[in-house]
Ligand binder design. Structure first.
Ligand code: NAP
Length: 258
């Protein structure tokens, strides 16, 4: 008997995670979508929009007990996982002293630790041709003052995903890091703080749908990185050619921070 095919999506009740869920809802090769996030009402809305193909899991992924619970559920289900899409993440804008230590460390717990843990849990269930799609960011390309930990977590995700992709070649599993610029999602409003020096400008912002669609296409072409839009592609090239000190200065000028 053929195994059930499950797409696991974290952060699936909002922003780009929700867009991935809608895109995979139309994929007939997927039997179920496991949508993981905290806010139950938003998860229910997702279920109402897509239907029974979605199974929702309301949990805080920074809690290691929940990661263990997910591991048990995945092991018990013993299904194929053709897609793992790690979108759960958050940012905080402002200088280091404006963000509590707990929030700062929590950001690493979600953006890095939970993403790695879920990846390691899912790999044994991934068939040949499966995809891991990890949300990094343009912020991964260089150090970014006033979102220092956030950009560092995204640099981790980019580096981790590309190296893992090489290690997974033998298994014919592809890992893709998605590196968008600003997207019009709830992340920005949730990241905003009262810090005196902070990020307030979001140039070249795009809708998450276009980024998700390109990311899925790039993943299916077995690319290890997905970069949407000419501006972000130029930013990527600049980060390889120009000194990061200069790029950080430019960033402060764009943000009007001196
Ligand atoms: N928006 C941008 O400009 C931008 C740019 C580059 C990269 N990204 C990355 O894209 C990814 C998705 O963000 P988004 O822009 O789509 O923002 P979003 O709409 O705020 O989505 C974030 C998702 O993460 C979930 N989440 C947050 N904390 C969680 C926790 N502790 N446990 C479980 N789930 C949690 C949220 O669900 P709940 O609210 O229910 O917890 C939500 O579904 C993130 O990794 C972000 O860093 C965003």
């Amino acid at each position: 008997m053929e195994k059930k095919r499950i797409a696991v999506i974290t952060g699936a009740n909002s922003g780009i995670g929700k867009e991935f869920a809608f895109l995979l809802a139309n994929d007939r090769s997927i039997d179920e979508i496991w949508a993981i996030a905290q806010d139950e009402d938003r998860l229910i809305k997702l279920h109402d929009s897509i239907g029974d193909k979605v199974r929702t899991f309301s949990m805080d992924l920074t809690d290691r007990n929940n990661i263990s619970l997910l591991e048990r559920l995945i092991v018990d289900e013993d299904a194929d996982i053709p897609y793992l899409i790690n979108c759960a993440g958050f940012a905080k804008f402002g200088d280091y002293s404006a963000i509590s230590r707990q929030t700062t460390v929590n950001m690493i717990d979600l953006n890095v630790s939970a993403l790695v843990a879920l990846t390691l849990i899912c790999i044994p269930f991934m068939p040949r041709g499966a995809h891991i799609i990890n949300m990094a960011s343009q912020a991964a390309f260089q150090p970014v003052p006033y979102q220092n930990v956030y950009s560092a977590t995204k640099a981790f995700v980019l580096s981790y995903t590309r190296a893992l992709n090489v290690e997974l070649k033998d298994k014919r599993i592809c890992a893709t890091a998605v590196c968008p610029g600003w997207m019009n999602t709830r992340l920005i409003e949730r990241a905003t703080t009262n810090a005196r020096k902070t990020i307030t400008k979001f140039p070249f912002i795009v809708e998450p749908y276009v980024v998700a669609r390109k990311a899925l296409n790039d993943a299916r072409k077995n690319k290890d990185m997905s970069v949407y839009g000419i501006v972000i592609k130029l930013a990527h090239i600049s980060s390889k050619l120009l000194p990061h000190k200069l790029l950080m200065k430019l960033w402060l000028i764009i943000q009007g921070i001196c």
